[in-house]
Design a protein around this ligand. Structure first.
Ligand code: GTP
Ligand code: MG
Length: 594
């Protein structure tokens, strides 16, 4: 009788992406798995591909030390190491995530960091099942390592105060996860892994907890097998470009994960380009030698064929035009145009922006663009334009066409500001935010937006004609006319030069020219002050008489702003004056200023 693994040789290996903040131990974790696998090499246990480590079931079974149950059909796991967030935004496939599963590595001593959160947001967006590897438990103070042992074995042998510390650190992670809308717990307390995220304490250095991690991953892979069954190990290959790189002696190459079908030397492929999709022919397929990492690898094995799921470096003409995050698809000669159209549509979708007015976004790759557009949507920040590439002078000129001050802004993710753009920036008010952490961009924009609004409010407030109530003081007629100069007391609100005065019956008196206090010109007289005021228009003793009360004539538009927008910010005496003034205006016209 054939064993389970043999019967399902056609099954595509699930792709497991390893993500996390810089230095939290992603590569070390894979090294640990690889390292152990090297010991197993004689059994032909491990195959290592570009940026990806394929770990066959047999190796996992050995590493798990009998913790795995029976009836396992997944052929193994393909781990993808991500050299920082900037690559994991590219881990997309057609219509979803490239990874079937993910391991989020968190340094248990440092807890969540910016890129941890960013990774979680991307996993959430793609609904990728994942576990948390709480790494570096060997560095917990007082921890006595038990090399390669399952977590609980090691945990149970620790003194009580170390156990308590371990528990506290775990609950910190649970708390942070809860803030992000996830229910989580230490894996051994979880029954339903579809509803709860498992936290597996590990040490990439001592190997503790690694059997547990692999066991949980295999369990999840089995559960989500249906998903990966959509993909085949044969048929026309489909892959995602992780990175476009120039290699010495090879020219431009693309590091690709083939997640469906197979790709051969000589195949025609359509590739998502920076400008538009285009066709080219595969000249060579390169895999790093076993147990070598892509980033340090310089010598490769040339192979004729690669089947999903696998990492491979592709050599072909015109790869300098390729765009990270987009697709590589094997196609037949006659089908090229249709395929180009299809990929073009997919790429456009990633850039689709429906908002009429909004910020402008530039990102380094299609994947990161998609990620940031998604985050902005969630934050309800409108997007006017979104595109891939560095910030150029043309981009800034484009941004200048936006009239709304609030959106004369460019958000750059992982991009450079080109020199001509930098020069041009000196001449414009366009604001640029540039960062390699998405949510820093959003925070920065939010802060700026708040400041901007406060500033606009202040400006609006400064330009508004404010209400004022004044009394013409007895025995204070200093000049009768042209202009009349009279003594006024400010009873409420304020008085500024340039305003028109009216009587309580609504009739106009004239315009205030100058205000003097102790023979000095002043620009504002506030409540309680007694000042000498020159008024153009009336003659004292005729149109105006001592003892009368006048109001500042606030224009209708200004009074609306005061009554409906600034009401909470103005002082009591001014508010009362405004109400009295409105009553005068509304005596004849109840709808005035409404
Ligand atoms: P980037 O690729 O730069 O994002 O980092 P990474 O997440 O791959 O981290 P890496 O594996 O390079 O580890 C960073 C540092 O942490 C290295 O010095 C490792 O030796 C150390 N380290 C990783 N895992 C452990 C662990 O379990 N225990 C201890 N003590 N140190 C660890
Ligand atoms: Mg690394």
């Amino acid at each position: 009788m054939a064993t389970a693994t043999e019967t399902r040789k056609d099954l595509r290996t699930p792709i497991v992406c390893v993500m996390g903040h810089v230095d939290h131990g992603k590569t070390s974790l894979l090294d640990r798995i690889r390292g152990t696998a090297v010991v197993d090499k004689e059994a032909g246990a491990i195959t290592q591909h570009i940026g990806a480590t394929e770990v066959p079931l047999q190796t996992i079974q050995t590493l798990c030390k009998g913790m795995l149950g029976g009836n396992i059909v997944v052929p193994g796991l393909l781990f993808i190491d991500t050299p920082g967030h900037h690559a994991f935004t590219n881990l997309r496939s057609r219509g979803g995530a490239l990874a079937d599963l993910a391991v989020l590595v968190v340094d248990i001593n440092e807890g969540f960091q910016p890129q941890t959160i960013e990774a979680i947001k991307i996993l959430k967006q793609f609904k990728t099942p994942f576990v948390i590897a709480a790494n570096k438990i060997d560095r917990l103070h007082g921890w006595t390592p038990k090399t390669n042992s399952p977590f609980l074995q090691s945990f149970n042998s620790q003194p009580d105060h170390v156990k308590t510390m371990m528990e506290n650190k775990t609950y910190e992670l649970v708390g942070r996860m809860s803030d992000l809308g996830f229910s989580s717990d230490r894996y051994d307390r979880i029954r339903d892994f579809t509803r709860n995220i498992g936290i597996i304490p590990i040490s990439a250095r001592t190997g503790e907890g690694i059997p547990d991690l692999l066991m949980i991953l295999i369990g999840l892979a089995q559960r989500f097998l249906e998903e990966s069954l959509k993909f085949q190990v044969t048929g026309p290959g489909v892959g995602t470009i992780l990175e476009v790189k120039e290699e010495r002696g090879l020219g431009y190459t693309i590091d690709t994960i083939i997640y469906d079908g197979e790709i051969r030397v000589g195949d025609t492929v359509v590739i998502g380009g920076r400008e538009k999709p285009y066709a080219t022919k595969v000249r060579a397929l390169l895999k790093p030698k076993p147990n070598r990492e892509i980033r340090v690898e310089e010598r490769f094995d040339r192979v004729n064929k690669v089947s999903a799921a696998a990492g491979v470096k592709i050599l072909a003409p015109e790869l300098e035009k390729a765009m990270a995050g987009s697709q590589v698809r094997v196609t037949k000669e006659g089908n090229i145009e249709a395929m180009i159209k299809e990929i073009e549509q997919e790429m456009e979708q990633a850039k689709i922006v429906t908002d009429e007015v909004g910020v402008m976004v530039k990102a380094d790759t299609l994947g990161s663009l998609e990620a940031i557009v998604n985050e902005l949507r969630e934050a309800k920040i409108p997007i006017g334009r979104a595109d891939v590439g560095d910030i150029s002078k043309r981009d800034i000129i484009n941004a200048e066409t936006v009239n709304d001050q609030m959106y004369r802004v460019m958000l750059g993710f992982n991009v450079a500001v080109l020199p001509d753009a930098n020069d041009y920036l000196q001449t414009t008010d366009i604001k640029i935010f540039n960062s390699d952490v998405i949510y820093h961009l959003i925070d920065d924009f939010r802060k700026w937006e708040t400041d901007q609004r406060a500033l606009a409010e202040k400006k609006k407030f400064a330009e508004i004609i404010r209400p004022g109530k004044v009394k013409y003081l007895p025995n204070c007629t200093f000049r009768q006319s042209k202009p009349a100069v009279i003594g006024l007391q400010i009873m409420g609100g304020m008085l500024k030069p340039g305003v028109t005065l009216i009587k309580p019956d609504g009739s106009k008196i004239g315009v205030v020219k100058q205000i003097q206090e102790r023979n000095e010109n002043i620009s504002i007289a506030t409540v309680g002050k007694e000042v000498a005021v020159s008024v153009d228009g009336p003659t004292a003793g005729r149109q105006i008489n001592e003892g009368e009360v006048y109001f500042v004539d606030v224009p209708e538009g200004h009074s609306k702003v005061l009554e409906y927008q600034l009401k909470d910010t103005i002082k009591q005496d001014e508010l009362e004056t405004l109400m009295e003034f409105l009553a005068i205006k509304r005596k004849d016209n109840p709808f005035w200023g409404r």
